[in-house]
Structure formats: C-alpha cells, structure tokens
Write a protein that binds this ligand. Structure first.
Ligand code: NAP
Ligand code: MG
Length: 487
C-alpha cells in the first residue's frame, strides 16, 4: 500500500506577489474586427468574465451569419486585390512587425490572457506569449522562401481560411492558425472561443498598429453558432479547427463534398510512461508539468500516468509530496502554479468525471489546499487503482486530474498507452536511449516526448492520429496546410 504523506508545511510561506493589471485597458464593450475596423455586429452580445473572480470583464458582440458574410467578403477582397498578390518578402515585413509588437506588448498580452482565461501569469508570461511571438517570427521567415521549401517553384495560397479556436491557449492557438496562413498568402476569418475573446481582440488592435492591409485578418467573436456560420459559408476555402472531437466530427460532416480543405486538431488522452530506470526526480516534475500545467486544460496533457509496477509506490509517494507544494489560487500572483478553471461548464464536467472515477472504484487523492471562495476552482487530483475500463482512463477530463495505471513490461506499456481512441501525444521516461526509440516507433501518437513533456516549438509539427484529428500545425507541414496541392 502506498502511504499518504501528510501535507508538508513549508518552512517559509510565499508572500503574495501579484502582477499589476494596470497595464491592460479593458473596454466596456467590443465590436467585431472586420475589414480593418471595429464594427457593431448585427447580432446580440455576450459577456466574458474573469474565471478566478466571476467579475464581468466586457460585453462582446456575437457575430451572426450576416456578419460572417461581411468578414468573408472582406477577406476575399483582401486576398484577391492585395495579400494574395503581394511578394512574400513584403508579407514577411508585416509578419515580422506583428511579431515585434507582440514582444513589445508581451506583458499586456500576458496579463490580459491570465485575466480572461484564468491561467497563472507565470505560464502566460513565460510560455504562451513567447511562443506566440516565436510562431510569428518563424513563419515570417518562410514567407519569402516558399518556392524553395519543397512546395514547387510557385506555390499558391488557398484563399480565405475560416479558423475556429478553443479557450485553453487563446492567443497561442490564434498564432498557430494565423501565422502560417498569412505567411502562405491567405487571408483569415478567425473566431476565438466564447469565454476568451479578449486577447484576440487585442491582436486585432496589433494588426491595426502594424498597418496590416484591411481584411487580411478578421476577428469575429461569438459562440458555437458563429463557428457554424463560418464552416457553412460557401466562399471559405479552408477550415482550420482546434477543439473537441465531437465538434470536429460535426465540421468534417458539414464540409464533406464541398471544395473546402480541412485540418482538425482535436482532443487527447496522453500516456505519460515512467519506467523503473527513469530519473525519478525529473519524472515527477514531468508528470506534474504534464497534467497540472494550465490546470490540465491541455489537449496533449499527460492525463494517464503509466508507471512500472516495481517503482509505482515510490513514484506515487513522491508525486503526492510534490503535489502538496503546488500553490493554487490567484492567476495574477507570480507564485501561483495552478490557476482557475476556465468556466463553470468546464468545472461541472471535471467534477462529474471525477465523481464517476470514484464511483467506478478509483481511489481519489488531493493535497489539502484552500480554494478561493469566488470563481471556478478544482484541486490537483490523483486517482490510483484505475483500470483501463474506467471512464477516467478513457475520456478526456481536460482538468487537473491524473489517472494512474501500472504495467510490468514495455510491451504492456505500449498496449495500454495505445488503448485509446485518441493519439495526440505521449511521454516516455527511461534511462535507455534504445527503449525511447523503440517506444516512439510503437506509440500511436503525433508527438512523443522523451524525458520531458509539454514542450512546444514552432519548427516542430504538432497533430494527432485517430480521433485526435488530421493535419499538422507547426513547421513546414503547417505551411503545406495553407498551400494548394501541398497538404
Ligand atoms: P469546442 O467546444 O469544440 O470549441 C472549440 C471552438 O469551436 C470554440 O470556438 C467553439 O465556440 C467552437 N464551436 C462550438 N461548436 C461549434 C460548431 N458546431 N461549429 C463550429 N464551431 C463550433 O472545444 P472546447 O471545449 O472549447 O475546447 C476543448 C477541446 O479542444 C478539448 O477537447 C481539447 O483537447 C481540444 N484542443 C485540441 C488542441 C489540439 O491542438 N489538438 C488544442 C487545444 C484544445 P465556443 O467556445 O463559443 O463554444
Ligand atoms: Mg473569460
């Protein structure tokens, strides 16, 4: 039996170190960004809130079909008259300018992202925004080299791309979509998620600041109906979607038989596999980073811990000690490790699946932690005694909940890791290089991290197998997805 460690009280507690929110200027209401201008939509509006306090941040326009039509027309005009004809070396100048402005305004972007999304400032400041800038720099560098990149001598853009993104990495998902599309000469109509529209709207201001020609980037806020209108619009050449597998399937059905190209980046249930020869201290950090980074709202989260039976007790013991030191709370506090759950709906889903995990026989453990009164919170949670039949071993929880399964042999680890409808990512922790290579060949996952986890780089393609979707973002494959005849 694994013994449950007592909560270890640190010798020195951290004093609060809140990041000031004075740098952001949140307006009372926002319109849609169409054809280079902010305009009132034809539809109604919705509120976006701070999930750590439930404070209403702003009223945001909800784009209806007529608005989407205006946005697509603006994008079409911009493509045929300006952006699609512009030499790549000129497009690159705009992209480099956007990348530099993102760097200059990075603190503002990070604070706004943490306020609207609930993620710790440490992550938005040190991960999200730097990787956003890196994506624009990376694809800016390709814009004038497309004819030397293996796509033929004169590769052509697709035209107008409709792009729909989720709430877990709002600005990063925008960058993954917009940077390659623009570098390849396409124009875009992008819909951010309903709960996190604010950094996309600030990005629209950055496009104005960079003097990007009107209509090249259009930002249309709204919920599922707005997304459906983008997918259904007859003059969109490509749909790029990141989100849940259910909506991804609906989109695949909607565009079947049309001229539209599609890339789908969907859900995951990654195995983080720890062998008995693994560097255990590093593995513990990798497990924690794998599932508690961004509150576990990560498509490639290491949500299934597969640990070799001979070291399971030691790993779980150390993991619990480490989990006891995680600080959950104010996303703007620079000491915070785990922030707020993004929405009441997501919190309800995490609670429901965790309760099911317990009722199906899993043993649930969380460190003692004081959760704030207002806002949406869930403690870091570990399940042991999980079998592959349990729903918490099969379904994406998309929260700070780790399900642990043990194995004896490498073959058993592979079988259990691949026993999922998803195939986005996996992690392998072992001292043996040959085993890493063997595992990487056996695992049906788009990304396999070795002795690390959740590392992202714009040069590295990212995408899934099976129900995790199709198409790749990042690197050269990310460009191919926006060029005729290349994807
Ligand atoms: P979601 O419900 O599928 O929403 C994703 C986006 O699609 C949102 O902008 C959403 O609008 C919109 N949408 C909803 N219904 C639509 C429809 N019928 N037609 C067109 N658009 C529609 O997913 P989510 O719950 O926000 O995001 C979490 C999921 O995303 C997880 O499953 C996660 O694994 C996945 N994800 C995957 C990756 C990846 O790269 N593979 C990355 C991040 C997240 P509203 O938000 O306004 O409803
Ligand atoms: Mg919000």
């Amino acid at each position: 039996m694994v013994k449950v460690p007592e909560r270890t009280t640190p010798f020195f507690d951290y004093a609060p170190a809140p990041e000031s929110r004075a740098i952001v200027d949140i307006k009372a209401s926002y319109g849609l960004f169409i054809d280079g201008e902010f305009v009132d939509g034809h539809g109604s509006s919705f509120k976006t809130i701070n999930p750590s306090s439930e404070e209403v941040l702003a009223e945001v326009a909800e784009a209806d079909e007529a608005d989407i039509d205006l946005a697509v027309r603006a994008a079409r005009r911009a493509h045929s008259r300006v952006w699609g004809r512009m030499p790549g070396s000129e497009r690159a100048k705009y992209l480099f300018r956007i990348a530099r402005i993102i760097q200059e305004r990075s603190r503002e972007l990070a604070v706004l992202e943490s306020i609207d999304n609930g993620k710790p400032i440490r992550e938005s400041r040190d991960v999200d925004i730097p990787v956003v800038a890196a994506h624009f720099f990376y694809y800016a560098g390709w814009a004038d080299k497309l004819s030397h990149a293996g796509f033929g001598t004169d590769p052509k853009s697709l035209g107008v791309a409709g792009q729909i993104i989720p709430w877990n990495f709002p600005l990063l998902m925008l960058a993954w979509k917009i940077a390659p599309a623009l570098a390849a000469g396409n124009t875009v109509v992008l819909k951010p998620a309903e709960t996190t529209p604010l950094t996309a709207l600030l990005f629209a201001e950055i496009c104005q600041q960079a003097d990007l020609p009107p209509g090249v980037v259009n930002i249309v806020t709204g919920a599922g109906a707005t997304g459906r209108a983008i997918v259904a619009h007859p003059d969109v050449d490509k749909i790029a979607f990141t989100g849940s597998t259910d909506v991804g399937k609906a989109i695949a059905r909607a565009v079947a038989g049309t001229k539209k190209k599609v890339t789908l980046e969907l859900g995951g249930k990654a195995a983080n596999i720890v062998f008995d020869d693994a560097p255990i201290d590093e593995a513990i950090e990798g497990i924690v980073n794998g599932i508690f980074f961004n509150q576990g709202h990560v498509c490639c989260a290491g949500s299934r811990l597969l640990v070799q039976e001979s070291v399971a007790e030691e790993v779980l013991d150390r993991l619990k000690r480490r989990m006891s030191t995680l600080r959950v709370g104010d996303p703007l506090d620079k000491n915070t490790d785990v922030g707020a759950i993004n929405s009441a709906e997501q919190l309800a889903k995490i609670r429901e699946l965790s309760d099911i995990g317990e009722s199906e026989g899993g043993e649930r453990w969380s460190p003692a932690c004081d959760l704030p009164e207002n806002g949406f919170w869930f403690p870091p949670t570990l399940f042991t005694g999980v079998t592959q039949a349990h729903r918490i071993a099969r379904e994406e929880i998309f929260g700070p909940v780790l399900s642990t399964i043990t194995f004896r042999t490498p073959a058993e680890a592979v079988e259990k890791a691949n026993n999922t409808p998803f195939g986005l990512s996996a992690g392998v922790w072992t001292d043996k290089g040959s085993r890493i290579l063997w595992m990487a060949n056996q695992l049906r996952a788009g990304v396999v991290w070795a002795n690390t986890f959740n590392k992202f780089d714009p040069t590295s393609p990212f995408g899934g197998y099976k129900e995790s979707g199709y198409g790749r973002e990042g690197g050269l494959p990310g460009l191919a997805a926006y060029l005729k005849g290349s994807s």
